[in-house]
Structure formats: C-alpha cells, structure tokens
Design a protein around this ligand. Structure first.
Ligand code: NI
Length: 201
C-alpha cells in the first residue's frame, strides 16, 4: 500500500467518524415533559366517566363541540388552580366564541374527587366547567390515552387523606370530530389560550 493510499484510508476514517458524530448531534432531544408530542396525532380516545352531577358521560357526548381538557385534582395546592384559572379566564375572554368549547376537568385523584367534591370545585372556576371522575381503572385508561402521567406521591404527607398526586400539567384541545388539535403547557396565560384556540375555531 502506498503512502498516499494510507493517507486516503485514514482521511476516509476521520470523515466517517465526523459524519457519525455530526449525525448524532443533529438528533433532536426527546421531549421531557407534556403529552408525547411525537404521537400527538393519536392523543385521546373513548371514555365513559361520571360527571360532577353523577351522570354518566362519554367522549361521544361531546362530538360537535371542542373539548378543552385538563387533568388534575381538587386537592392540588397550586398548579391545578393556576392552570384552571388561566384556562377558564381564556373562555371568559373568548366571549360568545367560547360557546363552542366544553371545558373539562378529568380528575387524576378519583378516590377523593367524588362527583360531590368536583361539583363544589368546578363551579368556582366556570359555570360550564364539567368535572369528570370514575373508578381508578377508567381514569387510568383515559389518562393514558391522553399521555397524562399521574401518581400518588409517597412521603409528602403523613396522612392517608392528605397526599399529593404528581401529574402531567397540560391542557388539551380536541376538535369537534374528537381529533387532537393541540396542547397548552403549564403556565400558559389566558391571552395565549385565546390566540391558540382561535387558530382552530
Ligand atoms: Ni395539580
């Protein structure tokens, strides 16, 4: 092998390493929070739950209207109240256009969030906010279909009735046909909600 050939082989090797490293660096990092954006088109699915009046409701009851869904729980100390305040604040700002939108709170704490508990809670935010609960199984299933993580936090409180529930904080807008439209992340202000919702109305 000539010296020139050796140099060409060495150069080809270096270029191959550079290409591999460059390719690796160009891979976008995976999303670390919020519903799986890579599978956003498949978010949502059928559910059958109990609303805050004790009535059974399914996803099909909301066909023809936009669903604005938040997963949370009434004992949440700060995150849920803020998100719900912003989300429902946007509905007030939207005025008559908000009539096309059904705001929904699905609890991630079904054992404590009975229909009665939800009834007192949702009324404080918006007259049309629906609270949905159920037994743990359908709640786990609907949360999974919306890529919402939720888990009772251990060791945060020493009372069995005073625990916290860690959960994904995202508000999900679904179209009148039941198709996923977009996610609003935690901390989205009313004006951003209004702009984001208007894009789809
Ligand atoms: Ni919360």
């Amino acid at each position: 092998m000539t010296k020139a050939a050796k140099v060409r082989i060495a150069l080809a090797f270096v270029l191959a390493v550079v290409a591999v490293v460059a390719g690796y660096l160009m891979i976008p990092p995976p999303p670390d929070r919020g519903p799986g954006m890579e599978a956003a088109g498949s978010l949502g699915g059928p559910f059958s739950l109990t609303d805050h009046t004790g009535k059974t409701v399914t996803d099909e009851d909301f066909r023809g209207t936009y669903m604005l869904i938040y997963f949370g729980y009434t004992s949440c100390p700060d995150v849920c109240p803020l998100d719900l305040q912003f989300m429902t604040g946007a509905l007030y700002e939207l005025g008559a256009a908000a009539d096309q939108i059904q705001p929904i709170l699905i609890t991630v704490d079904p054992l404590r969030d009975t229909p009665e508990v939800l009834a007192g809670y949702v009324a404080a935010y918006h007259p049309r906010l629906i609270g949905l609960t159920g037994t743990p199984e359908p709640i786990a299933a609907v949360a999974k279909s919306y890529a919402i993580f939720h888990q009772k936090e251990e060791g945060v409180a020493d009372l069995a009735t005073a625990y916290l529930v860690g959960h994904t904080t995202a508000t999900i807008l679904m179209g009148p046909d039941g198709q996923f439209l977009r996610v609003f992340s935690h901390g989205t202000g009313p004006a951003e909600y209004v702009a984001g919702i208007r894009e789809h109305l």
